[in-house]
Design a protein around this ligand. Structure first.
Ligand code: LLP
Length: 389
């Protein structure tokens, strides 16, 4: 096969300079809005990425015992780790409370009882906040909306009020309405809803902790021009309608907006099938490496390194044994041929962290990190092969 450049195998490629710039912007906005940032580890859990984020002083928002373990290994202090998730197991709750992480976001009355038991048996300093289902639209893809009544997340406000009337160790509330939200009105609505709900807390209850989740979207259409998300707009919107009094702790949990644009998935055309409608290029990367297009119909920008001004519509597909293993149709690109390199942009968030083991295809092992100085290294795992495009 024709080899393009020094391509050896499919890989993720991360622009660490862009990650640093993004973190700086996010931190600057957070400072203006007196907000603490806890990075949602689920978006990307590569050690090299987490280290950068930890060094910038963000906390970690984890959703499994393994994420907490990794965050601790990376160097996030326990008091800067929160634990969320709708199905925490006893083993996980035991572990989190034994580690004295900062806060557990409790999602139901049943879960509260279990947390309480382990807080006591582990003599833990971990605090509890209640995740509320605010019954709000998020204006995003239905499969990544989380804040409506019918969603499995959080508890009704009435349950939360009952819990705080009985238990004294609840510090506040957690909300998250969905992901990839670009219309700031939805965040403004969330702040109005929170303001309204807080009015009904009992007089002797002091809300010390308010976590308003993540959800800020990125520009998948033009990731090159708009490579940094609108942190300032997000933080203004989400605080807009909150009561003016200050809360001791206001937190946000961005995931996608921190890492989405710094990552790219790189693969190679294996075959081109000339169909009547338009050619289908079959790559060595697909749903097992980046599931978003197949799971949510997400459209990622795709580019090639081929130099041609003539663009033709093509279908870009992966190699798995599923008809849905397709990145998308009507990608206007120079005509692809076997051996050509293809880059899938905005793959830093929910890319490598959602890899599948389907068809026993080995997960992508190669990771290529670059920074402004253009030095390349594989900081993460020794066995990862150096590759260049
Ligand atoms: N906080 C909570 C409670 C969450 O459930 C999530 C994401 C976040 C924070 C971070 O949200 P972000 O800032 O990344 O939008 N796999 C999907 C996205 C699922 C998001 C799950 N929860 C995708 O690829 O679009």
């Amino acid at each position: 096969m024709k080899q393009s450049g020094t391509y050896q195998e499919p890989h993720y490629r991360y622009d660490i300079s862009l990650l640093r710039k993004t973190l700086k912007k996010a931190k600057a906005a957070a400072e203006v809005h007196a907000t603490e940032l806890y990075y949602a580890v689920k978006a990307n859990n590569e050690a090299v990425i987490l280290k950068e984020i930890q060094q910038m002083g963000l906390g970690a928002d984890c959703v499994s015992m393994e994420e907490i373990e990794r965050a601790l290994q990376i160097g996030f202090p326990a008091e800067r780790i929160v634990f969320a998730g709708s199905g925490k197991t006893i083993r996980e709750i035991d572990y989190a409370t034994a580690q004295n992480i900062a806060v557990i976001h409790c999602e139901s009355v049943e879960e509260f009882d279990i947390i309480q038991e382990f807080l006591e048996s582990n003599n833990s300093t971990t605090k509890v906040a209640l995740r509320i289902n605010p019954d709000l639209e998020a204006g995003t893809h239905s499969r990544i909306s989380t804040g409506k009544k019918h969603h499995k997340f959080g508890m009704p406000w009435e349950d939360a009020m009952e819990l705080i009337s009985i238990h004294k160790n609840i510090v506040g509330f957690h909300f998250h309405i969905g992901s990839q939200i670009l219309d700031m009105t939805y965040f403004e609505n969330l702040s109005s809803r929170i303001a309204e709900l807080l009015l009904s807390t009992p007089l002797d209850f002091k809300t010390e902790y308010l976590n308003m989740g993540g959800g800020l979207g990125i520009d998948y259409e033009d990731p090159i021009k708009n490579n940094i998300a609108d942190f300032e707009g997000w933080m203004s919107a989400i605080r807009k309608n909150l009561p003016k009094r200050t809360y001791p702790v206001i937190r946000l949990e961005p995931g996608r907006s921190i890492v989405g644009q710094c990552g790219m998935l790189v693969g190679q055309v294996q075959y081109v099938k000339h169909r009547e409608t338009c050619p289908t290029a079959i790559l060595d990367i697909g749903m097992t490496d980046l599931l978003r297009p197949m799971l949510y119909g997400a459209r990622h920008k795709i580019t090639t390194v081929i130099d041609s001004l003539t663009l033709i519509p093509q279908t870009i597909a992966g190699p798995s044994c599923e008809s849905t293993d397709v990145f998308g149709k009507n990608y206007y690109l120079p005509e692809l041929n076997r051996g050509d390199i293809v880059r899938v942009h905005s793959a830093g968030a929910y890319g490598s962290s959602m890899r599948l083991g389907y068809n026993l295809k080995s997960p992508i092992k190669a990771m290529y990190i670059y920074s402004e100085s253009k030095t390349t290294f594989n900081a993460n795992y020794k066995e990862r092969t150096k590759v260049a495009v």
